[in-house]
Design a protein around this ligand. Sequence first.
Ligand code: SF4
Ligand code: SF4
Length: 407
Amino acid sequence: MHCGLCLPHCPTYQLQPLERYSPRGRIQLARTVHEGNLTEAAHHRDLSDAMDSCLGCLACQTACPAGVEYEIIFEAAKESLAQSPARAFTLKHVLLTLSMRHVFTQPRRFKFLSRIVRVFQTLLGSPLVNFLPKSLRRLLQLSPRISKPFFGDAFVEKPNTAAKPSVMLLSGCVMNTAFADIHRDTVLVLEAAGFHVQVPRAQVCCGALGAHNGFMNEARTLARANIDAFEMDAFGSEAAVVVNSAGCGAMMKHYALLFGAGDPYHAKADAFAWRVKDFSEMISPQMFASPRQDVKITYQDACHLEHGQGITAAPRALLSAAFGQVEEIQSPECCGSAGIYNLIQPERSEALLAKKIAAIEKTGASQVVTCNPGCQLQLRYGLASAGSSATVVHLATALASALHSPE
Ligand code: SF4
Ligand code: SF4
């Protein structure tokens, strides 16, 4: 429709009000490329600039009155770029290809590399870190600390003697090796809510990072493996698949988009989507009889929970029940994390983060709660750089602390 109603909602257009940094401009450009109306060089140059600067936050999709599915256009354009000969030998593309094809699709290799990263991270506590270039120090500050042990290696399934309803947890890739604490808190809250938690061993990475960077074949391979791994729980029932990372949940709810209508996995993915639940959808606020009054809380909407899954009320209801009032951040845009956006687009990411941190500081909150580990790392980095003492935690961690509170 070219109405432009999405433009004021686009964070990159707010930063640089040029048509090519708007959803409408990006869609038009993708269409021109699709229709073969750009030369190969122009295709690479113009589409790269427009699409690599896009956060994939999907705020435009929520704002669009015509129901334009920007996510599909975005992923198709990224795939076209990933296959572009002009990009084939760039360092960024080579690194992305290696990691998407040979690391994220191979859980054992992913865990092996995570252990190597853990060794390098011991540098963080040493004065040697001050001799690293600024960009490398920033990378270290934004990277998650690798967990010891990994969540999946330490998880022991409890016997389900009381015949509780089962749920199956996505342990994932980075969540498994670097956010074991969030998974432990998730299990703790799910068990307190009366669920029996299973963690299927055959599961793999959700594939979101691949799909958002144009590696659709790798995303399809991972989607098929997960649909099969979560087909039935240990008791033969189609239990809910609980996801505590907004980006992974949005991906798994939309697996059907990866498969053509004739592919048998299209129908499987459709049926699977109904079973995928964000953690916040599984917990009732009634679990929290009397709210903690000792922490002033604010909540940061993760883009892939708000725009990718349409969930905004459930986390707020839980936090209100557990902590009383939830302060609102008067800056609804993406925090600039967006998968690996903060690593590959540092200037734009820092500009968005500065705006978000200023809005958080205005709330006066001592704790920021979010439902996505990427946002958590980005906000932690931003608050620490601004000299703030506010902490950032996942919703599961906040709720687990409320369960253990003496109040
Ligand atoms: S996904 Fe986000 S950054 Fe990209 S065009 Fe839409 S609103 Fe803008
Ligand atoms: S994507 Fe939707 S809101 Fe944006 S210009 Fe097109 S029709 Fe309008």
